[in-house]
Design a protein around this ligand. Structure first.
Ligand code: GAP
Length: 453
């Protein structure tokens, strides 16, 4: 993890947030390569789950919503974690997570606040900061961020920053249905920010208070949940493996009944083996009719679907695949990191899938002080960048420039040398993974790149 965090800072993937002011705990800013990687992950996801399918459409709803939404969804009443304070050093901890780390998930799930306090004191689970076991009783801490809308800070103007993107989809169910005339089963997809006032954020971008989600609410006919759930399990798994995540680093984990969220009938996570252990990367939940029924009750609007073929009117059930965008990016970063040797020298190489790599092609003139070479290289750059995200780099030895591109995971480097001008009008194309080089005529370069990319 330290190596990836340091590479992210050094090469402009991820910077600590508000750094010149000493930072703000657990906030991170995506730099020039980070934002490209992140956009590529979102694009790949949108293509797979929206554009390549006929049954899913997109949405981009507001972060601020009517506060009644969160009463209806159950977040005001139930979206909380057990908070405990260390009396000795004042560290704030999540009781259930402390038990999970010491005794395993089974010991932590479904416990009441009293049971959590009892286990921690009985097992003498120490404070992660000072090592003492002297905590206040566990109390419920709601994770929603609150703010005020408008100029008056009074309770009537209280609004929440959304803790999940899902509710923006549920409240637009009827709008989307009316405008797209989709038939069940169909889904609505959304990518956007969510906010949770996590008690213990950490592990780089794994758990933060501001993050992005990529979620789908998939509306289905009553009673077909298990069949759709299984299909979604396979589709979501393949999103990660198609884009290069090693299969032996992924696993499914089913939630047992006590662990289920307030809205879920059935949940399975995809976990990744992070450097700090297995952690949730993605969650698939069978939400039943919970959300549409609740919104119907609280808003007074019917949330039904009318099946014209059977003349039936019903509230559809929902299967929800929920991806953490930042966690996916972190996983792609960690999984791509590799060290090997080239010509007897060590190198760091980010083996990103070509669709995710921030820069696809680097154009490198062999020398920077010969106008004739750099001029030709610029011509090639102008041609390539119209089709691919490309970078022109003339600073430093060619070996150093290759290393730099390896570190940001650029699949191909194109070198312009004296032979290009004097002999064959060809360039050298170097493959990031094999480091093999081949010569190709400039007139055929785009064909070769499009074949490879
Ligand atoms: N709508 C369902 C839902 O929000 P969740 O399991 O709470 O379910 C879904 O969150 C995904 O969002 C997680 O699998 C994770 O990838 C991501 N996520 C949740 N909390 C996060 C946080 N504090 N920081 C980064 N990602 C988070």
């Amino acid at each position: 993890m330290e190596k990836v965090v340091s590479l992210c800072k050094r090469r402009g993937f991820v910077f600590p947030g508000s750094e010149i002011y000493g930072g703000l705990a657990n906030t991170w800013d995506y730099g020039p390569y980070g934002v490209e990687l992140k956009n590529n992950v979102k694009r790949a996801w949108w293509k797979k789950f929206v554009h390549d399918r006929e049954d899913i459409v997109g949405l981009d709803a507001s972060i601020l919503m009517n506060p009644r939404v969160w009463e209806a969804s159950g977040h005001v009443a139930s979206f909380s974690d057990p908070l405990m304070d260390c009396r000795h050093c004042k560290e704030r901890v999540r009781g259930d997570k402390m038990i999970e780390q010491k005794l395993g998930v089974e010991a932590a799930v479904g416990k009441t606040l009293k049971e959590i306090s009892d286990i921690i004191h009985r097992e003498k689970i120490p404070c992660p900061k000072c090592g003492k076991c002297d905590f206040t009783e566990a109390r419920s801490f709601n994770l929603m961020f609150r703010t005020h809308q408008g100029v008056v800070e009074e309770s009537s103007a209280l609004v929440y920053l959304r803790p999940e993107t899902a509710q923006g989809i549920f409240v637009n169910f009827k709008n989307v249905l009316a405008t797209t005339r989709k038939k069940v089963p169909f889904g609505i997809a959304q990518i956007g920010k969510a906010f949770r006032n996590e008690i213990t954020p950490g592990n780089f971008t794994f758990r933060t208070r501001e993050f992005e989600q990529m979620e789908i609410e998939y509306f289905i006919k009553t009673g077909t949940g298990v069949e759709h759930f299984e299909k979604w399990k396979a589709d979501c798994w393949s999103f990660f493996t198609e884009f290069g995540i090693k299969k032996d680093k992924l696993r499914f984990r089913e939630h047992d009944a006590k662990e289920l969220s307030h809205y879920s009938k059935m949940t399975v996570d995809i976990e990744y083996e992070f450097p700090f252990g297995w952690g949730e990367l993605f969650g698939l939940a069978h939400r039943g009719t919970y959300d549409l029924t609740q919104h119907s009750k609280f808003s007074g609007e019917e949330m039904n679907y009318f099946d014209a073929e059977t003349n039936e009117k019903y509230v559809p059930e929902v299967i929800e695949p929920s991806f953490g965008m930042d966690r996916s990016v972190l996983t792609f970063l960690l999984d791509a990191y590799d060290e090997d040797e080239v010509g007897g020298e060590g190198r760091v190489v980010m083996r990103f899938h070509k669709d995710l790599a921030p820069i696809k092609v680097a154009i490198l003139p062999l020398v920077k002080n010969k106008e004739i070479i750099t001029g030709k290289a610029r011509e090639v750059f102008e041609m390539v960048k119209k089709r691919y995200s490309a970078e022109y780099d003339e600073a430093g030895s060619i070996g150093k420039r290759y290393r730099r591109q390896d570190e940001i995971g650029t699949p191909f480097c194109v070198t312009i040398d004296f032979d290009t001008l004097e002999k064959d009008d060809s360039v050298t194309v170097r493959d990031r993974d094999t480091t093999k080089q081949e010569r190709v005529k400039i007139s055929k370069l785009l064909d070769l790149l499009s074949e490879k990319l």
